[in-house]
Every structure is written in structure tokens, then in C-alpha cells.
Design a protein around this ligand. Sequence first.
Ligand code: BTN
Length: 148
Amino acid sequence: MVQATPFLLVFCLALGAHSLPAKKCSLIGSWVNDLGSNMTIVAMNEKGDFVGSYHTAVTATMNEIRLSPLQGSLQRTNQKGQPTFGFTVNWSFSDSITVFTGQCFVDEDGKEILKTMWLLRSHVDNIKNDWKATRVGINVFTRLQRQK
Ligand code: BTN
């Protein structure tokens, strides 16, 4: 009986740890990406539609960068706390538009991370220039820590 006690203890702890709910990834809040761009997602409805704002650190134009609106949609079917999503940024200071698609992950340290791919569509004056109108890339977002 004395020998069985440590075994039972470990067994119960293992059971308990297994039944702990895994941390869920949420898009709401402020994020910074690998380019230094900031994005804030402020509201999401029951369907998963969300809105926010985006401040890019870089631009393909010569224009002065301004805060731009974003709107997107979170997939909620069978996502196991790490949902996929997409959003569009309609740039306030240029005639371009960017679509992002990605997934919200919780890493091994319990830190939320957004892995995304984007397409940036620039306006061109002529259909002959269509071939060079779309850039593609990857951005990784982490939560922006609030200043204390
Ligand atoms: C423009 O230059 O016309 C608008 C700004 C585009 C910024 C791009 S969108 C993809 C990439 N990720 C960012 O955070 N900024 C750039």
C-alpha cells in the first residue's frame, strides 16, 4: 500500500493534467508583426466577423502612412482553439488592398502567434501591367505587450 501511493499520486496528476482545458487562441487585442506593423482587432460578433485597424510599418508607395481599417472573418467550425481566419485591409493612404489569411496558434510556451500569408494588390493603369500588380508574402504576428 505504501509503495502504491507514489504511483497513484503520479497517475492522478497525469489524469488531471490531461483534463486541463488547452489555452485557446483569440484574435481580439493588439498585435505586432515581423515588419513592425501594428494591428488591433477590437470587436467580433457571434458569427466570427471582426473589425479593427492596421498601422503598417512599410509601404510600396511614396505616400505618408496612415491608420487603415480592417475587416475579417474567423472560422469557428471544428477549430480546436486554434482557428483559421482571413481579413482585408483597405489602405487609407493608397489605392491598394491587402488580404491576409492565417491561423491563430498557441505555441509550446502558451504564447499566441498568428501565422499569415498575404496578397497585396496594387492599382495599375493598364491591363498590360496586371502581371506585376500583386505581391505575396508571409507575416508572423505576436501579441503587443501593454506598456506598464
Ligand atoms: C501600400 O503600400 O499600398 C499599402 C501598404 C501595404 C503594406 C504591406 S501589406 C503586407 C505587408 N505586411 C505589412 O504589415 N505591411 C506590408
